[in-house]
Design a protein around this ligand. Structure first.
Ligand SMILES: Cc1cc2nc3c(=O)[nH]c(=O)nc-3n(C[C@H](O)[C@H](O)[C@H](O)COP(=O)(O)OP(=O)(O)OC[C@H]3O[C@@H](n4cnc5c(N)ncnc54)[C@H](O)[C@@H]3O)c2cc1C
Length: 406
């Protein structure tokens, strides 16, 4: 059995950034990255790509191009962690050993949480799409370019999801595109959410609501899409409160539906002894919220979307977490034994809220909703700087610096 100094599970934002940082700081470490996919995705670009503002190639590179030099890429999926014996098993049946394990496998789209969604996404004749599915972006683009008016639905699921602003920030970009082509006048846009509002974060919510009102975007609150009836082109809804139930809205017809499914931790985490096991983060990976170390298995760290942390899941969060995890692993190797770790994560996460083409604001917060703005001016006011940063600058920084551990 091969044994590595560090095994990183997942070659996404969190995994590659951590591996690159470790390799840059300690070139002698023998690091393996376990990743089944042949491509790496910059998911923040998906919103621009689906709205027809960017070319699809902006969001994708061959995995071989982003695996850090002199890291060993194992093109396979992890199926089981044997934390007692510092061993992992791969889907090929092979076992690998580790001195330190970094778990960064992201999350799983729970497509089955909406009955009929899987079939609807792959059916070219059914106008249902999702920007959360990298293989569905072309369909989103095509549907939008062919849309001639009617009822557009956009849904938000319950439970933690990555980039919690994406289900509604895409609406504002599409709204502007429809206005340009003259189709908006003959369209209705409805946002269906199990929550009382769009985003929920005080301060930001008001800006988002005012923007939606100005655009004539309707809010159907406290309802969740649970089924797609493809034949009758309608979504079936489940009310999530008694008051919502009294409104007796059970289905809505659509001419275009953008569905965001629920999201879960990968099954190998849920079925292991590594998850929280109770509370709101129950299925998600248990790690110390500050050091990102597993509290029981001290040579296991977890970060990115899989981590059960009381903050929003985002690429910005994963990148900050990677800095902390890399520093703490280096410290662990240096000390040669368990000790108090030096680097601490403050919960930083950033969700850009696009209020329209050219207008955006950054929801940058830490644990307990602490505001951590990095741009000048009021964090609740839209700015052109935020738009330029997200649309043009961040993707370049991501490919050329972040993934290289810089
Ligand atoms: C539409 C959309 C818009 C977004 N917009 C933003 C934004 O504007 N700003 C922002 O900060 N964030 C945004 N995000 C969120 C951001 O992309 C994610 O939070 C981030 O990619 C999380 O990184 P990760 O490494 O944890 O997961 P991922 O980047 O998803 O990577 C996980 C990797 O693990 C691999 N994997 C899965 N299972 C296994 C296994 N069993 N064994 C081995 N490997 C495995 C996967 O193949 C994948 O490569 C957006 C996401 C979406 C979908």
């Amino acid at each position: 059995m091969k044994v590595f100094d560090v095994v990183v599970v997942g070659g996404g934002t969190a995994g590659i950034t951590t591996a690159a940082r470790l390799k840059r700081a300690a070139g002698n470490l023998n690091i393996a990255v376990i990743e089944p996919s042949g491509n790496h995705f910059h998911q923040p670009s998906f919103t621009f790509i689906a709205a027809g503002l960017e070319q699809p190639q902006l969001g994708k590179r061959a995995m071989s191009e982003v695996i850090p030099t002199r890291c060993h890429w194992v093109r396979d999926a992890l199926t089981r962690v044997d934390a007692e014996n510092n061993t992992i098993q791969l889907s090929s049946g092979e076992f690998l050993g580790y001195r330190v394990l970094v778990l960064a496998p992201g999350l799983t789209l729970d497509v089955e949480s909406v009955s009929g969604l899987g079939e609807s996404l792959s059916d070219r004749n059914n106008p249902v799409c999702s920007i959360y599915d990298s293989s569905n972006l072309d369909k989103c683009r095509t549907l939008l370019s062919q849309f001639t008016g009617g009822l557009m639905l956009f849904s938000m699921p319950s439970g933690p999801i990555k980039c919690a602003s994406a289900p509604f920030k895409i609406i504002n970009l599409i709204d502007d595109q429809l206005r340009k082509s003259g189709v908006r006048e003959v369209s209705r846009i409805v946002f269906i959410t199990p929550y009382p509002g769009f985003f929920g974060l005080p301060g930001y919510e008001q800006t988002v609501v005012e923007n939606a009102k100005r655009r004539g975007i309707e809010l159907l609150q406290e309802h969740e899409v649970t089924k797609i009836d493809a034949r009758n082109r309608q979504v079936l809804l489940t009310p999530v409160s008694e008051i919502a139930a009294t409104r007796n809205i059970r289905n809505v017809r659509y001419d275009f539906a953008h569905i965001t499914p629920r999201m879960r931790a990968p099954s190998f985490i849920r079925e292991s002894q590594l998850h929280h096991g109770e509370g709101t983060q129950s299925d998600w990976l248990l790690v110390d919220p500050f050091t990102l170390q597993h509290p029981r298995f001290l040579n296991i760290f977890g970060l990115g979307d899989v981590a059960g942390l009381p903050t929003m899941k985002s690429a910005s969060a994963a990148i900050k977490q990677a800095e902390v995890v890399a520093l703490n692993i280096l410290s662990l190797f240096k000390a040669g034994k368990a000790h108090s770790l030096p680097a601490r994560y403050n919960g930083y996460t950033s969700c850009p809220l696009y209020l329209g083409i050219g207008k955006s604001l950054e929801a940058e917060i830490g644990y307990e909703g602490q505001l951590l703005p990095s741009l000048p001016g009021s964090p609740f006011s839209p700015s052109r700087v935020s738009w330029i940063l997200n649309r043009y600058i961040r993707p370049k920084i991501y490919w050329n610096k972040t993934l290289k551990g810089l």
